[in-house]
Ligand binder design. Structure first.
Ligand SMILES: O=C(O)[C@H](O)[C@@H](O)[C@H](O)[C@H](O)COP(=O)(O)O
Length: 240
């Protein structure tokens, strides 16, 4: 694992750096493999990044978007990560509908929809069951409880290591989430974390010793590249 930590002066600088990184990886992926695959995160931090990507002129037909996690709500629900990304970016550019690989959330059974998403991913990547295909970029946020995607502290989702997709739980609300081994198969994982409220969790995630199930972002150790992009408020005390 190749880990880098960058502390940017503020959130706009963090977004600008994330955009640069993603555009560079997008160009390389398309040159080398003819397409770019990215999994998006939800939350508030990435929204301006999605807006910035939507302002670019890119080969949209060569870009495939997935979600690293999704709330178990309809795609038109205000909590939907898909809705946020569509409004900020995807509905503003001529990306083929087939390139937007939304998480199914309408079968009234999260386990059924998690299995559907897993099958869709395996078919898209032509990967055999049990194999973890590599996305070019998995974009992650981190909650102030050190969760990432919908991998929350001390939940069953943290124990799922033999599947790509599983059901996550935030208190009583259900989610669909990449498993941490699937995240770790990515070529690049980029964390965006901003705000002083993230400092205590970051201190634990970066500590030499701490419990992974208490601080799930510690489980993210990709075979490829791990980049942490922090604003100064979040990264003040971190010694990369
Ligand atoms: O569905 C979600 O809510 C996200 O995927 C979640 O993991 C998010 O990334 C963190 O909670 C950080 O959220 P903020 O960016 O709002 O701090």
């Amino acid at each position: 694992m190749n880990k880098t930590v960058e502390v940017l002066p503020d959130q706009p600088a963090l977004v600008a750096r994330a955009l640069d990184l993603i555009l560079s990886k997008l160009e390389t992926a398309i040159q080398q493999r003819g397409q770019f695959t990215i999994a998006l995160s939800g939350g508030s931090t990435p929204k301006p990044l999605y807006e910035a990507i939507g302002n670019q002129k890119l080969p949209w037909d060569k870009i495939h978007v997935f979600w690293g996690d999704e709330r178990y709500v309809a795609p038109d629900h205000p909590d939907s990560n898909e809705l946020m990304a569509r409004r900020a970016w995807l509905d503003r550019v001529p990306m083929p509908a087939a390139n937007i690989h939304a998480v199914p959330t309408l079968s009234a059974n999260p386990a059924v929809d998690a299995a559907k998403y897993e099958q869709h991913l395996q078919e898209f990547f032509h990967s055999a069951p049990g194999k973890f295909p590599a996305l070019d970029v998995v974009l992650l946020g981190m909650g102030d409880d050190a969760h990432t995607a919908s991998l929350f502290p001390h939940t069953e989702a943290l124990k799922v290591c033999d599947r790509l997709i599983t059901v996550g739980n935030k208190d009583t609300s259900q989610r669909i989430t990449f498993t941490y081994p699937f995240i770790n198969a990515a070529r690049s994982v980029i964390f965006l974390a901003a705000g002083a409220n993230k400092r205590p969790a970051l201190a634990q995630v970066f500590a030499p010793e701490a419990d992974d199930f208490t601080y799930p972002s510690r489980l993210i150790k990709p075979q490829g590249e791990l980049v942490w992009l922090l604003d100064a408020a979040a990264g003040l005390e971190l010694k990369p």
